[in-house]
Design a protein around this ligand. Sequence first.
Ligand code: MSP
Length: 658
Amino acid sequence: MPDKLWYITTPIYYVNGRPHIGSALTTVCCDVLARWHRMRGERAWLLTGTDEQATKVVEAAEKAGVPPLEFVNGLAADFETTWRALHVAYDDFIRTTEPRHIEVVQEIFRRLRDSGNVYKDLYEGWYCVADETFFRDTDVVIQGEQRLCPNPECGRPLQRVQEENWFFRLSAFGDRLLAHIETNPEFLQPEFRRNEVVSFIQQGLRDMSITRSNTGWGIPVPDDPGKVIYVWFDALINYLAATGWPNDQKRYEELWPADVHLMGKEIYVRFHATLWPAMLMALGLPLPKTVYAHGWWVDAEGKKSGKRTGGLPHPIEFAQEIADQSGAPLEIAVDALRYLLLREMQFHGDSEYTQENFLNRYNTDLANDLGNLTNRAVNMVSRYFDGVLPQAGRVEEEIAALARQTAADFEIALTEFRFNAALESAWRLVGRLNRYIEERKPWAQAKAGDTAELAVTLTTCLEAIRVVATLVAPVMPVAAEALWTQIGLDTTVETARWSDASDWGQIQAGTQVPPPTPLFPRIQPRTDKETKPVTEQNAAEQPAEQPTEQPSYITIDDFMKVELRVGNIVAAERLANSDKLLKLTVEIGGAERTVLAGIAEMYTPEEVTGKQVVVVANLAPRKMRGVESQGMLLAADVEGQAILLQPETQVPTGSRVR
Ligand code: MSP
């Protein structure tokens, strides 16, 4: 028997609209799990795809005025491009209009008909096109003459359907399903959803109509071309069709049963946790090992956000927005979005989506916590050791133990699909390291000439960054690689194994650490209007020609009010009881003045003495820590660190800058 691959699937997405951060959430979660298994040395296989035979897909094509095939081709390509751009390393992409899928659906229909699990009968009832679901008379909502979909998220008018149809004998599988659920606790997750499924089945399963009359779209029923197969019966089969069953036995055995089917909760109870396992039982095939449902992105009222309600942005457009606002390359912004999707969603339940929350989280977790840690640590290796990591004489045991614990917590959380908890644990380590820097005051260690302890501080920081990069590699593959390069590792993060995360002490003395480049530049706050990403909904609302937003200009006269002058720093000292401030004596055109500058974390007094700088000379004097500061230096703000601006060549002091 061939070695089994670790096989995970996303739902296949309806091609009646573009991908958004709802479908992206499921897809990224699956990708993270597949990447994680690969890092553990397993062969993982990720399947995704598109669901194209649905009535609502044809309706969307008609609405768009595009022939259905052309319409689905365009959207399927959109999904593929979007997932690739979102760094989703899928192994197979299945479309339900492909012959390999259609043939298997028809084969399964034939087999079930031959075994008596599918039979013909008269169907009379209601059909919801939006939900692609049949309902009995007793299930529907009555409103005057109208019958409405009982799904509270939908509530649309139903179609009356009365026709001879093929039925699947679902009622025969209730007891077997319950027995399987009982003996396989890992089958349906999370646990509270398993309970929902159990009560759904215990209420009694009815046979299910699995065909509709053929209106020119859908998979024809074998030997009954007037009918097409119900889209859910067809769609679920994609997971099996992609394995090559029943012809490619070798491939089938490598893949089936699936290890994980992951999806949103709306398609869990009826379809993935009941109908699909019953179909597999009827075929005599093994059931998937785990079927897991996550919650939704909801609005402030707790309603599902999506295409119907508007408001969920396209993932790449959102990433582009992050890139534009922060100045990060798109590849890094894409990884940032992957992090934000996983960090903001409470997987077991629903989570409110707002763009503001996402952008705030970007600034706090990525720009501040991880970005600053990396920038500070790497910068200090450049500054104090010319970019060559020194030999540390001892291991910082407390941090090493925390890192090992973090790796263990991260792993347990991933096993339980608690992606947010996994990331939270990694960020506890990041937070501890930022505090560690504050406690250890490497600038003071440098000043005191304590190279031995300074080496311990910086090695500990770089080692912890290596651990964090390893842990987040499945979530942010490109950013993890950038972190890897930042700390001077000459391998790639792709070669890292998962076990390396708990193996403290891999960074070697002598490692050449390049000067830092900010990985996640901060997003500067802007007005709500400016930050709103283009969703399908609001794209339609917007006129093609956008009136350009008026930036708030100042006049040249306003600018001229600021008196900028070149000065020479003639003396510098640390300010007692401040880690941040240096007290400088700056000579400007023959006059000396005292300037307090928040650059102590980046520069020692010795380093700045003798430097030419640009000073705001007419700033009102201000007392800080008992000392009057008579001006301000200009500096570039790089993730909260000040880098001094200097004239390109030496110029007379007091020269005006404009
Ligand atoms: N075609 C079916 C699935 C067939 S699988 C055999 C379908 N497609 S869908 O396009 O509607 O995608 C549903 C999936 O999108 C959900 O499982 C969920 O993963 C995701 N989401 C759509 N809207 C969402 C939110 N608002 N929040 C989170 N995920 C959501 O159903």
